[in-house]
Design a protein around this ligand. Structure first.
Ligand code: PLP
Length: 404
């Protein structure tokens, strides 16, 4: 069976994790700080905070911005549930937006959804393909949109407009107009979950890139405290001789990353662009070459003018089929010992959100994309021969279903 997305666990990862274990310091410490600095350089942003997951990072930043009951947060209908659940945890209301042809939030639809209650927009770079950040940035700064904004907290007054919080769970290394994902929004959150391009088993990172008068370095220090119970000193600095006293001034969270996780991240970030992304691009190119010969195949965009993907997931669509045919194709692919997936079931189709009154009929493009979509395996250890096996399994499954 060809698996869908196993992590790369090679000797380098094992050595780095072993070194962290042997160091005697396993929770947040020097390795986490070093990983934060590497990510800061990588994304070219003023500060990066590592967290226990992307979900924790997203919620932390919504809470920091003061998002609460009565507020609205704009998200794509086509994403993983984490993007919307953090909004619900804050007591706020998610406002779903339909997709574009490229699977990402349809930026043209955002403006109509903005009300006096809108506090944040969370674009998602689906499959690693960056959203139209210039459009979103221009929109939140447009006079009539700024005039609509009703700030309720010090942070909201300071920014004076809707905050752009990018869910970059898929798009570490993606590039938009020459800039890396991380430096494109006010705040950007990466995920290092086991299936993501760079993994620390579980983990995430928050890139701080807020405009003046915010001080991102000061904010980083504040977030270190909020992500660790609100305690004024972390465990490592409390170990310094005589430095045991601490205070708690606000209710914090327990969202910190451990040095064991950071050890994996340090091993991967060094070889991310020159090795991981190169390999993933080769896989995308090979799928495109093999499947592109077939008129039924609709290939995903991953390199166009101004946008380069992080090659996270290969979202193939089959032209002119319905959801049942897609499901049938998937079972015929699995029957050939090849694992595939669907990214994602649009949120308005899931019970939780359906129960809140959302209806997939209002998101026709998201539904169309979903109903014809099959995600193919993309990972470091996927060999050329395996890519061929996958592509051939897809071709034979599609042709069987189309001929019946
Ligand atoms: C994986 C994922 C997340 C959540 O990441 P965690 O690190 O598991 O919390 C959020 N958004 C999207 C789009 C994802 O795919």
């Amino acid at each position: 069976m060809i698996p869908f997305s196993p992590p790369r666990i090679d000797q380098k990862i094992i050595d780095e994790v072993t070194a962290a274990l042997k160091s005697g310091w396993i929770t947040t410490g020097p390795r986490t700080k070093l990983f934060e600095n590497k990510l800061k350089e990588y994304a070219d942003v003023p500060a990066v905070l590592c967290t226990s997951s992307a979900t924790a990072g997203l919620e932390l930043m919504l809470r920091w911005y003061g998002v609460k009951e009565g507020d609205e947060v704009i998200v794509p209908a086509y994403t993983y549930c984490a993007t919307a659940n953090v909004i619900l945890h804050c007591g706020a209301t998610p406002v779903f937006i339909d997709s574009g042809e490229d699977f990402n939030i349809s930026v043209k639809e955002i403006e109509k959804a903005i009300t006096e209650k809108t506090k944040v927009i969370i674009p998602v770079d689906l499959a690693g393909f960056p959203c139209c950040y210039d459009y979103i940035k221009e929109l939140v700064n447009r006079k009539n949109i700024v005039d609509k904004f009703v700030p309720a907290t010090i942070e909201q007054k300071k920014l004076g407009r809707i905050m752009v919080l990018s869910d970059a769970a898929h798009s570490l290394g993606g590039v938009y107009k020459g800039k890396k994902v991380g430096s494109l929004a006010d705040i950007t959150v990466y995920s290092f979950h086991a299936v993501k391009n760079l993994t620390t088993a579980e983990g995430g990172a928050v890139c701080l890139n807020l405009p003046e008068p915010f001080n991102n370095t000061e904010l980083y220090k504040k977030l270190c405290i909020i992500s660790l119970h609100g305690q004024s000193k972390d465990a490592l600095s409390k170990l310094e001789i005589g430095n045991w006293k601490y205070d708690v001034k606000e209710v914090g969270y327990k969202y910190n990353m451990t040095d064991i996780q950071a050890a994996m991240g340090l091993a991967e970030i060094e070889r991310y662009d020159d090795d991981m992304l190169v390999k993933r691009k080769q896989i995308f190119d090979k799928y495109s070459e093999m499947l592109g010969k077939h008129t039924w195949a609709q290939l995903p965009e991953y390199e166009i003018k101004n946008k380069t993907s992080s090659y996270h997931a290969f979202l193939l669509r089959i032209k002119n089929i319905n959801e049942d045919q897609r499901d049938e194709i998937i079972s015929k692919i699995f029957a050939q010992e090849v694992s595939v997936n669907v990214h994602f079931i649009p949120l308005p189709m899931l019970s939780l959100y359906k129960g809140m009154g959302f209806d997939i009929k209002n998101y026709p493009v998201a539904y169309d994309n979903f109903s014809r979509e099959i995600s193919l395996p993309v990972y470091y250890d996927l060999t050329d021969a395996m890519v061929e096996t996958v592509a051939n399994a897809v071709i034979s499954a599609v042709e069987k279903v189309l001929s019946t």
